[in-house]
Each structure stands twice: as structure tokens, then as C-alpha cells.
Design a protein around this ligand. Structure first.
Ligand code: GLN
Length: 538
């Protein structure tokens, strides 16, 4: 049976549970163990797919098409282990499963209750499709003491009781503040948080203390004493200079060693920290910068484009430059300001998006990048906007648009059945939008000798999608005559997946989200190439 490590958080949120779990997973994987990471979110949405980025940051998409919490992105980036649908669960999903079963009479007339029915369902999820993993790291969202997370905490307590301490480990991550006025580190919030955890039946085995500065031995002893944890299992995590230092820092604090010791097993081989050391050095010492403009609705919101921000940094790492993001709110972008805002940038990126707000500014910005030969990368919605721009200004289809934004437009972007097989556009449909997204990994064929073919160095690729609308393939010949080439197509040749512009140093649009597959230790070729072009731009 796999060993289960449960990670809870205390005192305040946003302490970096995701990063700590991901770093531990890397360390265990690098020592020869098979690891799986899972996230349990205590909110009532069935999945985060319907949540606005204002609420919850980015929606991370997995290979198998699940719309999940952004922490799964951290997990993948640090471990290079692809997450699955079954690696993220929410209270909403658990309740909806239980209620569905109840409606079918699946509980044989019993009163359906939080304990045991909800907690049983949570326990089923914890073990779901685990096969030969050595470790399953399960992060519980929220902070201990929240009403919302109680059923999860109760479920992991039961789980540990049923499977025994030799198969389960509790890690509690807390905050240890430093009070400037008294020049002191305070352990009381940690004591209280552990007390809270113990009151619901869980004694942590390891406490990770997040702190702004190193915690003196005396204070660590105090935490050990009051929280009933061996001193070696009081691990500190001091703010790192870059997140890529986190695995190194946890290794130095012997987190992995204590975990293995707890389970009475040995490391199969030495953890390899060299790749992290190498990129930390690059990130900290690189002086040269490139300015990349990013235009979107949520650009000033931390985490709204988390994977994208990360992928751009990865592209910078592979080119030894620092990527400086110039964030431009599309809502406030006036057409007459575009030149002023873009004339000095080395690249323009239009990310994924939904809805009409701010689209005309994006379209004008793409025109500027196309005409002034500024490297351009359009992702999903960004590619769709590039198609609209080109159709309007080079094919002279003045009413060109997307039926997502304007039902009366000429849909160069639309739902697949808005044009018939002979290329004739038929009236826009008013279909229900639920469950109609193209989600997850899809294959694309790349055209020989195209820029994209050289970038990927491959004839076919697989990338993750999250969109409902597609490029109208019936205008392909017209586009290509004018120099906008459909260089990547779905295997059946029906859906344009990649566009690129001839006679432009670097102008590429992709219908998928390459950012979800970029890793700090293996930057995505599209981002490396884009940043390289930006670096050469000036
Ligand atoms: N709104 C567009 C669509 O649904 C693009 C989505 C996206 O950029 N992820 O097709």
C-alpha cells in the first residue's frame, strides 16, 4: 500500500502549502520513489472551471481535460508528473456525488450524513486510482479551523486510524511571525493552530514553520515541546529568493530525510538538486531583460495567469534573460494609445480569455505588432483575435468577428457547426454552452518547414486545450494567399490549431495553452523561441 502524507495549513492562508508539497514530491521522486500529488478544496463549486479569475486565480487544465486548482500547476512544474482528473476534488464534487447516490436510493433508506457518508466519499477519493505509488501527498486547502475544511480533516483522521501510522503522516504548515517592535519570533500562533488540529483528533508528525527569518533553536524547542513533535521534525522554511530555491531549502532542512525516517525507509539514491541550483543561479544573476507586453482582462491580478507567467520565466531561463512583464489592462486600452504603449516592447503576448470586454484594444495591438514586426504570441483567445484582425485588415472582411462576441458578425471564429461542410456559413446556433468545451490534450499535425515545425522539431505535437470556439477553416486559402499560414491542423484537417505569418520575424498563434506544459527544468520550446525572438528584436 502507498504511504499517504497529508498536508494541512494553519494560522493564515497563502503560506505556500502547494509549493511545500511540490518540493517534497520532487525530493522523494528524485530519490527513486513514485509519487502522486492531490489537492482537496473545501469550496462548494464542483470544479473551479466556472470560477472567475478574481475568485480563484487561474484554472489549470490537465492532460485528461480536468479544470483544476492552480496548485496542480505547481505540482506539475516541480515534479514533471502529469496530474489527472482524479487529483483534485472539491466539497462540491463530494456532495454532488453523495446526493446523486441518495436520489438513486443508493443508501438503502439510511439517513445520509456528513459522517460517515461525506467522509467515506472523501476517503474513497483519497485512494482512487492509486496503484503502485510509493507516496501520495494530499494537500488540504484552506486553514485548519475553517468550518469548510472540517469534513476533510475528519476524513484524514479516520483514514489514518484505519490504515495505521506506518502508512500515514501528517504535516502541518504554520506561520511563525517575527515582531519587529520586540525583535522576537513568536511561536504562539503555531501552538494555537496545532491545538486546534489536535482538538479535532490530529496530532501532526512534522511541523513546517514558515518564517521571514531563521528560527533560533530555543524557539524550535518550544514548538517541539508545546506541539508534541520531536525537535528534528520542526522544520523551518525561510522565505526563498526565488521559488526554484524551495526544493534546495527543504532538502537543507532535511524535510525529505525526516519523512523517510518516519516511514522507516531509506533513500534509494541521492536527491539531485543540481538542476534547481543551476536555474536559481540564472534567475538571481541575470541582468539583461526583455520587455514583454501582455494584454488581458486580469493582468493585474496575481495568479490569474499563473502558468503563463511561469512559462515566460522559463523561456527567459533558457535564453538567460529576465522577462519583464508590462501588464496592460485591455479594458482601459484606447486604440490611440497603442503605439505609445507598444513601441518600446520586445514582444507582445495576448493570452486566453472569454467575452467581449476589451477585445477591440487587443485586436488593434495585434495589428500594431504585425505591421511593426514585433514578436507576437497569441494563445487561444489571442490567436482568435489575430485571425479577426487579419480578416478585417488584410482580407477586408469588415464584419469579421467571433460569434462568441457578436452574433451578427461574419464568424471567422465560431462554434464548429456555424458553417457547413461546403464552406458556407450557416446561421449562428444558440446552443447550450455547458459541457461543450474542448478540454485537455489534443494532437496537431505540423506543416513541414514551417516555423512551428522548426520550433518543436517534430511533425506532430500534443497540447492542452480549453476553449469552445474554433477558427473557420473555410477561409484557409484566402488567409494563406495573404501570408497567414495555418501551420498546425487537427489530424482530420478540420480544425486550425496553429497560425503563423510569413514575412514577419515571429508571429504565431496557437489554439491551445502551451503554458500548462512548460516546466522550469524543461522550458517549453514555444516560450523559449518567443523570448529568443524578443531578445533579438532589439
Ligand atoms: N473564449 C474562447 C473560446 O471559448 C477562448 C478561450 C480561451 O482563450 N481559453 O473559444
Amino acid at each position: 500500500m502507498a504511504r499517504y502524507i497529508f498536508v494541512t495549513g494553519g494560522v493564515v492562508s497563502s503560506l505556500g502549502k502547494g509549493l511545500s508539497s511540490a518540493s517534497l514530491a520532487y525530493l522523494l521522486k528524485s530519490q527513486g520513489y513514485k509519487v502522486r500529488l492531490r489537492k482537496m478544496d473545501p469550496y462548494l463549486n464542483v470544479d473551479p472551471g466556472t470560477m472567475s479569475p478574481f475568485q480563484h486565480g487561474e484554472v489549470f487544465v490537465t492532460d485528461d481535460g480536468a479544470e483544476t486548482d492552480l496548485d496542480l500547476g505547481h505540482y506539475e512544474r516541480f515534479t514533471n508528473i502529469s496530474s489527472r482528473q482524479s487529483d483534485n476534488i472539491t466539497t462540491g464534487r463530494i456532495y454532488s456525488d453523495v446526493i446523486k447516490k441518495e436520489r438513486k436510493g443508493g443508501y438503502l433508506g439510511k439517513t445520509v450524513q456528513v459522517i460517515p457518508h461525506i467522509t467515506n466519499r472523501i476517503k474513497e477519493f483519497i485512494k482512487k486510482d492509486i496503484t503502485n505509488e510509493d507516496f501520495v501527498i494530499c494537500e488540504i486547502g484552506g486553514t485548519v479551523g475553517d468550518i469548510e475544511s472540517l469534513p476533510f480533516v475528519e476524513a484524514i483522521r479516520q483514514f489514518s486510524n484505519e490504515h495505521g501510522k506506518s502508512k500515514t503522516l501528517f504535516i502541518h504548515l504554520t506561520f511563525v511571525p517575527f515582531l519587529k517592535s520586540s525583535d522576537e519570533i513568536k511561536t504562539k500562533p503555531t501552538q494555537h493552530s496545532v491545538k486546534e488540529l489536535r482538538s479535532i483528533g490530529i496530532q501532526p508528525d512534522i511541523i513546517i514553520c514558515r518564517s521571514q527569518q531563521s528560527i533560533p533553536l530555543d524557539q524550535r524547542k518550544k514548538i517541539s515541546l508545546f506541539c508534541n513533535v520531536p525537535i528534528d521534525n520542526v522544520i523551518e522554511t525561510v522565505d526563498v529568493r526565488t521559488i526554484y530555491e524551495a526544493p534546495i531549502s527543504f532538502f537543507n532542512q532535511k524535510l525529505d530525510k525526516q519523512v523517510l525516517k518516519y516511514f522507516k525507509i531509506k533513500s534509494k539514491k541521492r536527491a539531485n538538486l543540481n538542476p534547481w541550483k543551476k536555474i536559481t543561479k540564472i534567475v538571481l544573476n541575470t541582468k539583461k531583460t526583455v520587455d514583454i507586453a501582455i494584454i488581458g482582462k486580469y493582468v493585474n491580478l496575481k495568479d490569474a495567469y499563473k502558468s503563463l507567467d511561469e512559462a515566460l520565466i522559463h523561456g527567459g531561463i533558457s535564453n538567460k534573460v529576465k522577462v519583464n512583464l508590462i501588464r496592460i489592462e485591455s479594458d482601459n486600452l484606447k486604440t490611440n494609445e497603442i503605439k505609445k504603449k507598444l513601441k518600446n516592447v520586445s514582444g507582445l503576448l495576448i493570452p486566453g480569455g472569454f467575452g467581449k470586454r476589451g477585445t477591440e484594444g487587443k485586436i488593434s495591438a495585434i495589428k500594431y505588432a504585425r505591421e511593426n514586426k514585433i514578436p507576437f504570441l497569441g494563445i487561444c483567445f489571442g490567436m482568435q483575435m489575430a485571425i479577426i484582425e487579419f480578416a478585417r485588415n488584410k482580407l477586408y472582411i469588415k464584419k469579421a468577428g467571433s460569434s462568441e462576441l457578436d452574433k451578427k458578425c461574419y464568424p471567422v471564429i465560431g462554434l464548429i457547426d456555424e458553417w457547413d461542410k461546403n464552406g458556407k456559413i450557416i446561421k449562428g446556433t444558440d446552443k447550450d454552452l455547458g459541457g461543450t468545451m474542448r478540454l485537455g490534450l489534443y494532437e496537431a499535425k505540423l506543416r513541414n518547414n514551417s516555423a512551428i515545425n522548426r520550433i518543436y522539431n517534430s511533425k506532430t505535437i500534443k497540447e492542452r486545450h480549453r476553449h469552445r470556439y474554433e477558427v473557420n477553416n473555410n477561409l484557409k486559402t484566402q488567409f494563406e494567399k495573404k501570408g497567414l499560414v495555418f501551420s498546425g491542423m487537427s489530424p482530420d484537417n478540420k480544425l486550425p490549431e496553429i497560425i503563423e505569418l510569413n514575412n514577419h520575424p515571429w508571429f504565431i498563434g496557437v489554439q491551445f495553452h502551451p503554458e500548462f506544459r512548460s516546466r522550469p527544468l524543461s522550458p517549453h520550446p514555444l516560450f523559449s523561441s518567443f523570448i529568443k525572438a524578443a531578445k533579438n528584436h532589439r
